[in-house]
Every structure is written in structure tokens, then in C-alpha cells.
Design a protein around this ligand. Structure first.
Ligand SMILES: [Zn+2]
Length: 466
């Protein structure tokens, strides 16, 4: 039996913060005890980690990543190997990535393809959501099978006509199916039909720079789609999880639904909390670095997102990590913003940026852990195995130095992408050591993990329901 003890740290979970020593046996948390007390002094271990002056927190759970995602004729530049290594560097020990169904093909084909990409390559544990691109009688039946295999959430798109888009009838059918099989519908809520009209008009008028990507994808078209998705979910009697909420008007729709007691959940991402249309307007095509959908919003929207996170009208912060290099990938859209691959790098910096939000007074320490670890674990059926530090939980644990200073930069990050969306940003706090099921993946800021350590997670259904 292998035993590790972490001594002297402040254990922070969503529920409490308390000085405690942590005993790990065979990859699981075995016990917590008062630091230096008689009980924990008696613990023998193969390895002792001194966490004096450090936080001891659950590994991050990033419920929204796109490793190797095909988009616009290219692929997201992080593989499962490079992307999960970068995640580990940033204190994230679980990702839930999106397997993609191609139109005309079975869900099974898409899921098998994603298993092949990930198997043997991940440094940390991973699960899959399934993107439904083609809702029909046979894919609806397949949904039931996938729930049984631990792929318990399904993403639909109201955007991207001709690629991922589902019409309202398809959405309703998928929601009805989910209400019967326990699946969670995740929605990209933007009115893609209307957006495509505005894209065409902008390009015809010579408005081709990256900033027009943000201007045509109007906040009203996000809030309209959010409203419509909520009503369809009510009709179907299904829960709804809205991904990457960026507009304050969309937060208002979620707030209204939650005030009615509906099972409606919302996620936002660091880019919407820390970046804005000012970045999209950067000259010399630099704005392309910040092209993602939903788009970055004017800076005033940030206050509504922070408020939503404090009031629990937004419950989760994930990254929507979908990196494309500036050189050779983002550049595909020079002279036509609609050809810029949509997505940004971020999987490495979520825990740090949210710790900065604690330092800045936006959220509390426990809320940091709640929105980044505990709630995504519950939302996607992984709690308490993931997302907390308690006896029986996987020993996915981060020793975090809350006083370290770091500067985010493409020169030092570990994601396979040639720019940082946060170049030069100063952060207080840094990951020091990361354990995945008790095994050091980052040890005193050295990478000690390996591709293939990470295991596929068979997830339960959403733990906020029933
Ligand atoms: Zn996404």
C-alpha cells in the first residue's frame, strides 16, 4: 500500500476551510485530521508533503474543453497529451471534453473516435460529453445507450447552421429524450440563423476585421436563444445547462428561470470575466486571438457575470479551451473574420485566474473551489469522487501557494499554442504540487506526470436532479 501525507496546509473545499493534515492511501483520501495532533502524528507514509503556508485544494474540474477539435478546416492545436499536461500544470486534474458526432454518422462513431484520440494520451482523468449534430430517430435511441456508458450529457447548438446546428424541433426531441433517460442537455445558445445574415451583410460592406465577429454576434441574439432554450426545456420537462454565457442579458434570462425554480444552470469562462471587445479590437489582426463564440462582450458585461457567480445564477466556470495558433490558424481569417477559427486557449490558467478573483474580492475562497471543482463535479456526475477532499474521494489534490507571483505568457505556458490571451498579466497565487489519484503529476513545479496515467471516467447523471 502506498501512503502520502500532506501536512500543515489549509484545506479549502466548497463547504469549509480548515487547517488539516491529509492522509492518502492507494490513490484515495483516507483521512483528514487536526494538524500536528496525536492521530496524524502517528501516520507513517512513503512520502510527506509540507504544505505549511499553502492551500490544499481539490484538483480543478474543467467541464468544457475541446482537444484536437476539428473546426473550420483545421484542428485545435492541443492534443489530449499536450492539453491535459497543460491542465495539470494549472491545477486541473479532470477534464470533460466533447466527442463530436458528424452529420450523417452515428453517435457511436464519433464517441469511438474520441476514445481513440484520448486513450493512452492523457496525463489526468477525463470524461466525454457528446455533441449532437444530427438529431434523428436513431441518434435519439443512441442517447440512452451513451447515458448507460457514462456519457451523460449532450451538447446542442442553436448556432453554426450547416455544421452543428439543430432546429427547435430537433432540440425539443433531444430534450424530451433527455428528460426520460437522465441526460443533461448543454446548449450553445446563440441565434445562428440571424447571425449568419449579419455576417453576410458585414462582409459585403467590407467590415472584415476581427472586431466585427463580436459586433455581429449580438448580445440580444444570445439572450433570445437562451430564452428560447429555457422555454423548450420547460415544454420538454428537461433540465438545461447553458454553456459559455457571456452577455448580461443572457444572465438575466437564467436568473428569471431560476427564480421560477427551474432546473436551469449556467456556465461562464475566464475570458468573459477578464477580457472584452477591447481585445477583439486590437490592431494588426491581433484581435483574432480573442475570437471565440459566444464572443467577448463590452467590459460592462463583466460585472453582471461576477454578480451571477456570487448569487449562484451562474454555477460553473470552465474554459471552453479550444486553442488555435495565431500563425497559420487564426490567420486563415485575414480579410474575412468569419474564417477565423473560433476558440481560445485557457485550460492552464482557470484556477489561477479565479484565485486572482479571490484576491481582487470578486468571490470568496470557498466559492472559488465551488465554481471550479465541486459544482462541475456534481453537474457532470463525478462527485464526491472528484471536486472535494474527503475520505473516499480520489486523491486529486493541489498544493497551492497563495502568495507566489507569476506573469502569464506564451513564453512560459505549457499549452501547445503560440500566444497567450493574458500575455503579461500578473497573478498572485501559483500551483506548487499536483496529485492525480495520489500520484504526483506536478512536483514542486516540475512535471512528473505521464501520458496514459489519465483514465476515462464513467460519469453518473447530473447530481443536481431528482
Ligand atoms: Zn465549446
Amino acid at each position: 500500500m502506498s501512503r502520502t501525507v500532506i501536512r500543515g496546509g489549509l484545506v479549502v473545499t466548497a463547504a469549509e476551510e480548515t487547517p488539516a493534515d491529509v492522509l492518502i492511501e492507494d490513490g484515495k483520501v483516507a483521512a483528514l485530521a487536526a494538524p500536528g495532533g496525536e492521530w496524524s502524528q502517528g501516520w507513517t507514509a512513503d512520502r510527506t508533503i509540507d504544505a505549511t503556508g499553502r492551500y490544499v485544494i481539490p484538483g480543478g474540474v474543467d467541464g468544457h474543453t475541446h482537444m484536437e477539435m476539428p473546426f473550420g478546416g483545421t484542428f485545435a492545436s492541443d492534443t489530449f497529451e499536450t492539453g491535459t499536461r497543460a491542465a495539470a500544470w494549472g491545477g486541473t486534474t479532470t477534464i470533460v471534453d466533447f466527442a463530436v458526432q458528424t452529420v450523417g454518422h452515428a453517435l457511436r462513431e464519433g464517441l469511438d473516435a474520441w476514445h481513440l484520440k484520448a486513450h493512452g494520451n492523457c496525463a489526468i482523468d477525463y470524461g466525454f460529453h457528446m455533441i449532437l449534430s444530427d438529431v434523428n430517430e436513431s441518434t435519439l435511441k443512441e442517447m440512452d445507450l451513451l447515458v448507460g456508458e457514462g456519457v451523460t450529457s449532450f451538447k446542442l447548438f442553436m448556432a453554426y447552421p450547416g455544421v452543428f446546428y439543430s432546429d427547435d424541433g430537433q432540440i425539443l426531441r433531444a430534450m424530451q429524450r433527455a428528460s426520460g433517460n437522465g441526460g443533461l442537455i448543454m446548449m450553445h445558445a446563440e441565434n445562428g440563423i440571424a447571425i449568419d445574415v449579419l455576417v453576410e451583410q458585414a462582409l459585403a460592406e467590407g467590415r472584415t476585421d476581427p472586431r466585427y465577429h463580436g459586433e455581429v454576434r449580438k448580445a440580444l441574439l444570445e439572450s433570445e436563444a437562451t430564452h428560447r432554450a429555457i422555454q423548450l426545456a420547460r415544454v420538454a420537462g428537461a433540465p438545461l445547462y447553458v454553456v459559455h454565457v457571456s452577455a448580461q442579458e443572457a444572465v438575466a434570462e437564467l436568473t428569471r428561470a431560476r427564480d421560477l425554480g427551474l432546473d436551469v444552470f449556467g456556465e461562464t469562462c475566464p475570458q468573459y470575466l477578464f477580457l472584452s471587445t477591447d481585445n477583439l479590437a486590437e490592431p494588426d489582426f491581433e484581435g483574432a486571438k480573442y475570437v471565440c463564440s459566444t464572443p467577448l462582450r463590452p467590459v460592462e458585461h463583466q460585472a453582471a457575470l461576477w454578480r451571477g457567480l456570487r448569487t449562484n445564477d451562474l454555477q460553473v466556470v470552465s474554459t471552453d479551451h479550444c486553442p488555435f495558433c495565431f500563425t497559420g490558424q487564426k490567420e486563415l481569417g485575414r480579410g474575412d473574420f468569419s474564417k477565423i477559427p473560433n476558440g481560445m486557449p485557457g485550460v492552464e490558467h482557470r484556477m489561477d485566474l479565479l484565485h486572482q478573483a479571490v484576491v481582487d474580492g470578486h468571490i470568496s475562497r470557498r466559492r472559488w473551489i465551488e465554481i471550479a471543482c465541486a459544482t462541475p463535479a456534481r453537474m457532470f456526475g463525478l462527485y464526491p469522487r472528484k471536486g472535494t477532499i474527503a475520505p473516499g474521494a480520489d486523491a486529486d489534490i493541489v498544493v497551492y501557494d497563495p502568495r507566489a507571483r507569476q506573469t502569464l505568457s506564451a513564453g512560459t505556458h505549457h499549452m501547445n499554442v503560440d500566444y497567450s490571451a493574458y500575455e503579461g498579466k500578473q497573478i498572485t497565487g501559483q500551483v506548487e504540487t499536483v496529485l492525480s489519484r495520489g500520484v504526483p503529476v506536478i512536483d514542486q513545479r516540475e512535471y512528473t506526470g505521464r501520458a496514459g496515467h489519465g483514465q476515462f471516467l464513467i460519469r453518473d447523471t447530473c447530481q443536481y436532479l431528482g
